[in-house]
Write a protein that binds this ligand. Structure first.
Ligand code: ATR
Length: 291
């Protein structure tokens, strides 16, 4: 759903990211870069909204000239009742991260799956879905988007590990309905180092390793040398997991590109302008990370 932005419009249109807490979101920096680059007369702001206020906020968004929103923690999974239309991809993932508001109608989609895969393909070009089994750590919102993107790309075999095993089992049960021919397994958290033998890709989708959080404690001894290790954490850019993987010669992918690539299709949907993820943007966002 594209909409053309009227640059001569007197009223300044807005987009933004909604979260609680919203903290130091990099999304305003990222979208403002594109707005300036393409000379679009609009703003992108961060809105700190409590989960219980999300409904009222969305209801009033159109009156505030908001044409699009990104949703982040904890809103991605609870926004469904406020949206008239949620596309199949977001339904399958169970999370909406992008809302389009047009003529009073609110619709939702998910661009995290695209962002996850585009980043992987750019930074590990030798990886393909046919390389072999994938091990995913984490069954939260980000894990769900990662798994759906990999299954849609042709991965046939995924082993999912989550501290809370029941959450992983629930996710596998749900996704098995959508992908009956795929091999989806759950392994115990305690066995996370053992299931790595034979894996072609290992992904961390948990918050472990993030600045201020504990490290992901895992031994890579059994991981094949040609496997790719992908951490969706981007602060720090090189987590302990990636440093360990690099030391033993595995190709690694950090999480910054996922943030950049998930933003591009959202921007395009709201402002009708195609945008690029390039080194200048990456440097600009990295500078924000250091502030
Ligand atoms: P997001 O939407 O970013 O994925 P989330 O839905 O809160 O956020 O999921 C966070 C993930 O990090 C979950 O997989 C969570 O595991 P649980 O389901 O067991 O909570 C994982 N996680 C967070 N802190 C963790 C910790 N200390 N040890 C292991 N896993 C952790």
């Amino acid at each position: 759903m594209k909409q053309k932005v009227d640059l001569n419009d007197d009223v300044k249109i807005k987009a933004g990211v909604v979260g609680w807490p919203i903290g130091h979101s990099l999304s305003p920096r990222l979208h403002t870069y594109w707005l300036k680059k393409h000379d679009i007369s609009a703003s992108y702001e961060a809105f700190a909204i409590r989960p219980e206020d999300l409904g009222d906020f969305l209801k009033n968004a159109q009156q505030q000239n908001i044409i699009g929103l990104n949703l982040t923690v904890p809103h991605k999974e609870i926004a469904f009742p406020y949206l008239a239309h949620v596309d199949d991809l977001a339904q399958k993932i169970g999370a909406v991260n992008t809302v389009m508001i047009k003529d009073g109608e609110y619709s939702g989609t998910n661009t995290d799956a695209y962002g996850f895969l585009a980043n992987l393909k750019e930074n590990a070009p030798a990886w393909t879905a046919k390389n072999g089994p994938v091990v995913i750590i984490g069954a939260g919102g980000a894990g769900r988007a990662a798994i759906v993107s990999l299954l849609d790309d042709g991965v046939d075999h995924i082993c999912l590990i989550n501290r809370t095993k029941t959450r992983a089992e629930k996710l596998v049960a749900e996704l098995s309905n959508y992908y009956p021919a795929k091999k989806l397994f759950v392994a115990d958290w305690e066995n996370r180092s053992d299931v790595l033998s034979g894996a072609a890709l290992l992904v961390n989708t948990t918050t472990l390793g993030m600045k201020g959080q504990r490290e992901l404690d895992i031994s890579l001894g059994k991981l094949p040398e040609k496997a790719v290790v992908y951490d969706i954490v981007y602060n720090p850019l090189e987590t302990l997991l990636l440093a360990q993987a690099k030391m033993r010669g595995n190709a690694v992918v950090d999480g910054l590109g996922m943030l950049l690539y998930q933003a591009a299709p959202a921007f395009e949907k709201w402002f009708g302008q195609k945008v690029e993820v390039d080194q200048n943007l990456r440097d600009h966002v990295l500078e924000g990370l250091r502030q």
